[in-house]
Design a protein around this ligand. Structure first.
Ligand SMILES: *Cc1c(COP(=O)(O)O)cnc(C)c1O
Length: 465
């Protein structure tokens, strides 16, 4: 005899009522999302207070809970699916990716082992091969499907730590870091915050890092790099979060290779430049590194959370993430958990696979190239808009702009956000307050850029009488 709770849930499975409600709300959301204001209004935000309630005493109804969530939650979302959300480096989501994620959510697979989800293991193998092809990486390269570049940076640096210590005759899994031969970390002062976090988590203090000076675009200056050796992890960047700049991979990777150093590349959004005929030059030489961190949820426009660690030394990766001796590398039979720190994981490869299969090489090229063209359009427009100064070379999808002085930049930024026609964030660049614009949604059109430029002008008019 089923319990009353079980009976209710069997009923929900039989009628599909909660699924149909969720589907209906999702469709209504999709109808509005592209034209909605880029950021919730104050009234929308105030409505979120309704979620502050004590944990219910008794079970509810699934449909009622879905309705409650849709009614009170949907206007508290950010329109990152729309064409005028330029905050952070967020990325839109391709329709095919969202739909695949929806189906994959219902399948609810645990991606840990092949026996736990044959279809996920199959797709991970296929996508791994496609990625090697897109980024032109060595044949030995294997992929771990993680939550984002934060985790991917952690994995790449863990693999590097394992391998470089192992070459010094030190098994870090067995003996730990205390008393280990010292490793050197060389990176630029522009390394992303998540690189610094990964280093800290791995037991490398900030003080042990050899910070290299950068040029005016935020690129590490090769001539300023200290001599590398076989105890060095060199961390490079494909796409600076402010300027979008790329390091000189040819020079730096060659030098590292000669010295026996490990090169890890943080390519969160920028590595995808490799998919564009026109922008590929930015990633020239990047295949000379040993590990690469990249996101699906930024430039590729997979839904959130989708990141990748790619590593040309898969034994180091699996040994670092799973105790040496405890791992298997069977080749054809892929067990995804050996390439990530987690055991249970959701099946994020489903969205990766769907987006890549949908776009193909030509579609990916168009997607990436268009992001660049729209960023360029915006920068050109700002160059002729009185009161704004574009501070970076727009090589990829990032534009940073400032006004006469920090205080004015700050006020204009707030005003643009207040207008809600587009949404841009703030940052600091070379001591100046800047407005940072990241064009990374498939849905941004020329008209969206024109509307956004109008918002910049309007904010300037409203702020400077
Ligand atoms: C976004 C970003 C990260 C962090 O990636 P998450 O996917 O947010 O974890 C790291 N490095 C760079 C350059 C980024 O743009």
């Amino acid at each position: 005899m089923p319990t009353p709770l079980q009976r209710a849930m069997f009923q929900e499975m039989a009628t599909k009522a909660p699924f149909l409600r969720a589907q209906m709300h999702a469709q209504q959301y999709l109808d509005r999302v592209l034209d909605r204001h880029a950021y919730p209004t104050d009234a929308d935000l105030a409505r979120l207070d309704i979620f502050n309630e004590p944990l219910p005493e008794k079970p509810g109804t699934a449909s009622g809970i879905i309705d409650f969530l849709a009614r009170n939650g949907q206007d508290g979302t950010i329109s990152s699916l729309g064409g005028r959300y330029f905050g952070f480096v967020t990325g839109g989501a391709l329709p095919v990716g969202l739909a695949a994620k929806q189906l994959g959510s219902i399948w609810d697979q645990n991606a840990a082992l092949r026996v736990m989800s044959p279809v996920v293991a199959q797709l991970e193998s296929v996508v791994e091969g496609w990625l090697r092809d897109i980024f032109r990486l060595p044949d030995t390269t294997r992929a771990g499907f993680v939550s984002g570049t934060s985790m991917a940076n952690f994995c790449g640096l863990a693999a590097a730590r394992y391998r470089l210590l192992q070459r010094q005759g030190w098994d870090v899994n067995q003996r730990g870091l205390w008393g280990a031969p010292p490793l050197r970390i060389v990176t630029s002062s522009e390394a992303h915050a998540t690189v610094k976090k990964a280093l800290t988590l791995l037991g490398f203090g900030q003080d042990s890092v050899e910070w290299v000076r950068v040029d005016e675009q935020g690129r590490l200056v090769p001539a300023e790099m200290p001599p590398l050796d076989e105890r060095t992890i060199l961390i490079l960047q494909a796409g600076n979060v402010n300027t979008g700049a790329f390091e000189d991979f040819n020079t730096l990777c060659q030098e590292a290779r000669k010295a026996g150093a490990w090169v890890h590349v943080d390519g969160a959004f920028g590595l995808w430049a490799a998919a564009s005929e026109r922008l590929r030059y930015l990633t020239d030489g990047v295949e000379g590194a040993t590990s690469w961190a990249v996101d699906g949820h930024k430039t590729l426009n997979t839904p959130y959370d989708a990141g990748l660690i790619l590593c040309a030394d898969p034994e180091a990766l699996t040994a670092a993430l799973h105790l040496a001796g405890d791992y298997l590398l069977t080749g054809e039979q892929r067990d995804g958990m050996y390439f990530t720190p987690e055991m249970s994981r959701r099946s994020r490869v489903i969205e990766f696979w769907a987006c890549l299969k949908y776009l193909g090489k030509a579609g990916m090229d168009q997607l990436v190239t268009t992001l660049h063209e729209r960023a360029w359009q915006l920068a050109e427009g700002l160059r002729v808009t009185p009161g704004f100064e574009v501070l970076n070379d727009v090589v990829f999808n990032q534009v940073i702009v400032s006004c006469d002085h920090d205080d004015l930049t700050e006020r204009i930024l707030r005003q643009i956000q207040e207008l809600r026609s587009c949404w841009v964030g703030g940052s600091r660049w070379r001591g100046r307050r800047v407005i940072r614009i990241s064009v990374c949604s498939w849905s941004t059109t020329e008209e969206d850029i024109a509307l956004s430029l109008a918002s910049f002008s309007r904010a300037m008019d409203m702020t400077t009488p």
